[in-house]
Design a protein. Structure first.
Length: 411
C-alpha cells in the first residue's frame, strides 16, 4: 500500500493510508511467524512490567497516577532497561503498546487473538514511524521510544476499540499533538515517564476518537505535522511501503541484559573473554560515537546511571561473570570493588563501528564484539521466569495459548 504525492514533492495521504491499513487489517492476514514474534514481545513486556513495578521510581509513579494503569505499566516495563529494541531505530517499541492493550483488556472482553493482533499492529506502527524520521529525529534530541511510541499505543488501542478508518485517522492525529519525550532525561528517574506518557496518551487518543473527537487531516505528513516538525532526514515512504507484506516486528530484539542496548555486544565479549580481560593491566573500550555519547559514565552513582555506563557494564561482567539485575543495582553502582575496576577502563569513540558493536583492546590485543545475538525462545522464557517469579508458569502458559483464548486475563 502506498501514497501519492502533493505539489512540492510531499507525500500525500499517509495518515489516511495508515489508518486504512489498521482498520482493515485481519488476523488471518498476519503471518504465523509474526504472530509468534508478537507472543514473544508480549511475554517479554509482561516480565519487565512485573519486575519493574517494584522499582523505586515506579512506586512514586503509582502514588501520583494510581488510576493510570497504562502509564504505570509502560513506565514499569522500561524501569530496568530490560525491555526490547527495534534494531534499525533503537525504539523500545513494546512497552507503550503492551501497556495500552493490557489496560483495555482489563476493562472489556478481549480475545487472545484480538489482543495479539492489536499488539503486532501497534509495534509495526511505532517502528515504521521511527524508520520515517531516523536518524535526524534522535539527533535533534527526541526520545524515539516516546515520540513514536504514542502512535503505536494509539494504533493498538484503536484496533481493540474497533475504530473505523476515519476514527483511526483522528486518533493518530490526536496522538501526533501529544508526541513528546527528550533524550536528555535518559540516565535519570524521569526516563520512565517517556514510555508511560506514550501509553497513556495513545490510549486517550483512541478513546477520544471513539467518542467522536476529530483530529487534523494530515497530522503525520502535513507541513506542520509530526514528521516535518520532529523529523530530520525523513523518508516518508517508510511509513506505508509494503504495509502488510513486510513486518518490522522481525527486527525487534529482546534484551539479554538490563542495560542500554548499545552495551550488549560489549557485555557478551567481556563474559566470553572474562579470564583474559580480568588479568589485563589496561582495558580500552571502543564504541560508536552514539554509544559513547550515551554510555561514557565512569562514575555512575546509582542503578539508573549504571545501566547506561560502559565502564560499569565491563566491570561487573569481569568481576561477577554475570550481568543481571543484581549487577545493575544501586548497591553494585557504589560497591568499592566495582568502582576500582571501573577506573581501569577507558572509553573511546570509533566512527567505523556499528552502534550495536564494540571493540576491546587489552594489553595490546584486540577483541572484536559484533552485535549481540538475538534471544531464542528458551532464553527468552528463562528471562521471563526470573522476572515474573511465582507467577511465571501460569502466565507463560497463557501467552503460549493466547490465540485460543476467548478472553484474556493477564496481570
Amino acid at each position: 500500500m502506498g501514497a501519492g504525492r502533493e505539489a512540492g514533492g510531499r507525500e500525500a495521504g499517509l495518515t489516511s493510508a495508515l489508518a486504512q491499513f489498521l482498520a482493515q487489517s485481519r488476523w488471518q492476514d498476519v503471518p504465523a511467524a509474526i504472530r509468534h514474534e508478537g507472543k514473544r514481545g508480549i511475554l517479554n513486556a509482561l516480565g519487565c512490567i512485573l519486575a519493574g513495578r517494584d522499582d523505586p521510581a515506579i512506586a512514586i509513579v503509582r502514588k501520583v497516577f494510581p488510576l493510570e494503569d497504562a502509564l504505570i505499566d509502560a513506565a514499569a516495563a522500561t524501569a530496568h532497561d530490560y525491555d526490547d529494541t527495534h534494531l534499525p531505530t533503537v525504539i523500545h517499541a513494546t512497552p507503550p503498546v503492551a501497556a495500552a492493550v493490557l489496560s483495555i483488556a482489563r476493562k472489556q472482553k478481549v480475545s487472545g487473538a484480538e489482543l495479539l493482533h492489536a499488539f503486532v499492529l501497534g509495534v509495526e506502527t511505532s517502528c515504521r514511524m521511527g524508520n520515517a524520521v531516523m536518524p535526524g529525529h534522535y539527533e535533534r534530541g527526541w526520545h524515539i521510544t516516546s515520540t513514536c511510541g504514542v502512535f503505536g499505543a494509539t494504533a493498538a488501542a484503536a484496533k481493540l476499540l474497533r475504530l473505523d478508518e476515519r476514527r483511526t485517522a483522528s486518533a493518530l492525529g490526536i496522538a501526533a499533538t501529544q508526541a513528546s519525550g527528550l533524550v536528555e532525561v535518559l540516565g535519570s528517574m524521569a526516563r520512565v515517564l517517556n514510555a508511560g506518557f506514550a501509553a497513556r496518551n495513545g490510549l486517550a487518543a483512541a478513546r477520544l476518537a471513539a467518542g467522536g473527537f476529530e483530529g487534523p487531516r494530515a497530522p503525520i505528513e502535513g507541513l506542520r505535522g509530526f514528521v516535518n516538525v520532529f523529523g530530520g532526514n525523513a523518508d516518508l515512504s517508510q511509513l506505508t511501503q509494503r504495509l502488510g507484506e513486510h513486518w518490522e516486528m522481525k527486527q525487534v530484539a529482546y534484551k539479554p541484559y538490563p542495560s542500554g542496548v548499545v552495551l550488549h555486544a560489549l557485555i557478551d565479549a567481556c563474559l566470553e573473554h572474562r579470564e583474559k580481560l580480568r588479568l589485563a593491566q589496561s582495558i580500552q573500550v571502543h564504541l560508536s560515537p552514539l554509544a559513547v555519547e550515551r554510555t561514557d559514565r565512569p562514575e555512575p552513582r546509582n542503578a539508573i546511571e549504571a545501566r547506561l555506563s560502559a565502564q560499569h557494564a565491563v566491570a561487573v561482567a569481569l568481576l561477577h561473570g554475570e550481568a543481571g539485575l543484581a549487577q545493575f543495582s544501586d548497591a553494585a553502582a557504589v560497591d568499592g570493588e566495582v568502582q576500582a575496576m571501573r577506573r581501569r577502563i577507558g572509553v573511546a569513540a570509533d566512527p567505523s563501528l556499528d552502534k550495536m558493536a564494540a571493540r576491546i583492546r587489552a594489553d595490546g590485543a584486540a577483541i572484536e564484539a559484533p552485535a549481540s545475538q538475538p534471544m531464542d525462545d528458551a532464553r527468552l522464557e528463562a528471562k521471563f521466569a526470573r522476572l515474573a517469579g511465582a507467577q511465571a508458569a501460569r502466565i507463560l502458559e497463557t501467552v503460549r495459548s493466547l490465540e485460543t483464548l476467548d478472553r484474556v486475563s493477564l496481570p
